[in-house]
Design a protein around this ligand. Structure first.
Ligand code: SF4
Length: 462
């Protein structure tokens, strides 16, 4: 096939975006060009997410659209990759539009599968037979090699790269599908991570974000030595031209986090930013969620973090409307949010996921209307906290890493006609909007903050 076109759409988290980047680079190397519409694509890939029902429903409706397109473009190949592929497997083939179902561990073989479908017009399902079984060394090595070969600092944001340090999760939060679609925790070799980061920095990356579902449980044993996240941060800090290092997402780890916070305080390149979901402020609900800490222990962890990194900015995640959540439980969550003094939070309405313990054992008994009210109330409480929190930056000069032109025009003034609005982030992950030349994308700049809002800081290029 000449002039092959790939359309890839990714749903869900940063892990999925990383996978989509790797797959895109592999297809580009094979001669594909990337199109931004399904309508003229030869190969369509949906990189799916199973964390919320909403994301799954959107995939089903997009498949319906491809079925319609295939009536006039019968050569089109449709592949479903990612968590939903692992969760539903062969079931997807009930939909005749689907040609390939490929789990997250099988993406290095995806290009070969597409070629087989094109030449033999057959259907292919390739997922883990038992996803909780520790993958054998060959699978992990193939994934690592694929990651090393196709990771790039150009995929997502200029001069920024994302590097997976571990796969899977062992926590089994009762509502979460991740352990059943991404498998058990497997940490990558520290040297391999170092080599990959070094390569990305040599290609231009100035900031690297280390990714893991529970990145602070990274653990790799080699002989006598056990490497944890602080060791990795220390190793990576040695890479000369790397300026900022981040990591997401952390699960409150009562045993090891103090070492991590200490390392964050000592290593200049590690950004003072921590994303640590609490999920609830009610001990009763935390227990039902199978989260292994109490609200007070969680708050104590934040206090320890602040004792080592005084300017640390902390973000939290919450689920509202978990089965059986009473007004008192929700109030406890509001209280926790008030005490935690977050930079920002992400709040989600509980959505049952088939196959999880909560879905099997507990009825989704909080009406949608109440979930919505609680969600809005929590965000409103945080909005006031963020508004107050951000005032500390007014009049300050902050160093930012520029991402590129802002999608929204916030402050555009006639005198800035030649300098579009740019969006950037501070080391603390605050969004900063200012006018400046587009050529700043991917570079560091100094911005004097003039005005602050709950989610954004506005300023002028110094
Ligand atoms: S820590 Fe809990 S919520 Fe996070 S991925 Fe693992 S099981 Fe899911």
């Amino acid at each position: 096939m000449k002039d092959k076109k790939l359309y890839i759409k990714s749903f869900g988290c940063q892990m999925n975006k990383l996978d989509a980047g790797l797959v895109t680079a592999a297809f580009e190397e094979d001669g594909y060009s990337i199109t931004d519409t399904e309508d003229n694509a030869d190969v369509v890939l949906f990189n799916t997410c199973s964390v919320r029902a909403n994301a799954e429903n959107r995939v089903h409706s997009r498949i319906g659209y491809i079925g319609h397109l295939k009536k006039t473009r019968p050569h089109m190949v449709l592949g479903i990759i990612g968590c939903m592929a692992q969760r539903l497997g062969e079931e997807f083939l009930k939909d005749t539009a689907v040609d390939i179902v490929c789990g997250p561990s099988q993406i290095p073989d995806l290009l070969g599968m597409v070629n087989d479908v094109i030449s033999e017009r057959k259907k292919i399902v390739s997922v883990c037979a038992d996803v909780r079984e520790k993958p054998d060394a060959t699978i992990s090595e193939t994934l690592d090699e694929f990651e090393y070969a196709f990771d790039s600092s150009k995929d997502q944001k200029t001069n920024q790269a994302f590097v997976r340090v571990m796969r899977g999760c062992n926590n089994f939060c009762s509502y979460c599908i991740v352990p059943f679609v991404r498998g058990p925790e497997v940490s990558r070799k520290p040297q391999q991570i170092f080599d990959q980061c070094k390569k990305l920095v040599d290609e231009g990356a100035k900031q690297i974000t280390l990714l893991g579902q529970t990145v602070n449980s990274y653990e790799y044993s080699a002989g006598e030595k056990t490497y944890r996240l602080p060791d990795l941060l220390e190793m990576l800090s040695e890479i000369d031209s790397l300026k900022w290092l981040r990591f997401i997402t952390s699960y409150p780890n009562l045993n090891h986090d103090e070492d991590l916070f200490k390392a964050m305080g000592e290593l200049d390149k590690v950004c003072p930013y921590l994303h640590m979901p609490a999920q609830s402020g009610s001990d009763r609900i935390l227990k039902a969620m199978n989260r292994h800490y109490s609200a007070q222990q969680y708050l104590d962890q934040l206090a320890v973090a602040r004792s080592y990194v005084p300017d640390i900015a902390i973000a939290g995640d919450f689920i509202v409307g978990f089965p059986g959540e009473t007004d008192e439980d929700f109030e406890a969550t509001v209280e926790l949010v008030k005490k935690a003094n977050y930079k920002n939070i992400f709040a989600f309405k509980y959505s049952p996921r088939p196959g999880t313990k909560t879905d099997k054992k507990l009825e989704d008994n909080i009406p949608e209307e109440i979930k919505k009210l609680r969600n809005n109330e929590l965000l409103k409480v945080q909005e006031q906290i963020s508004a107050e929190y951000n005032k500390r930056y007014e009049g300050k000069i902050l160093e930012v890493l520029v991402e590129g032109p802002s999608k929204k025009a916030h402050l555009n003034k006639a005198q800035n006609a030649n300098n579009p609005q740019l969006i950037a982030r501070t080391a603390t992950d605050h969004i900063v909007v200012f006018n400046g030349p587009e050529s700043l994308a991917g570079n560091f700049a100094q911005v004097e903050i003039e005005k602050t809002m709950p989610l954004t800081l506005f300023g002028n290029l110094v």
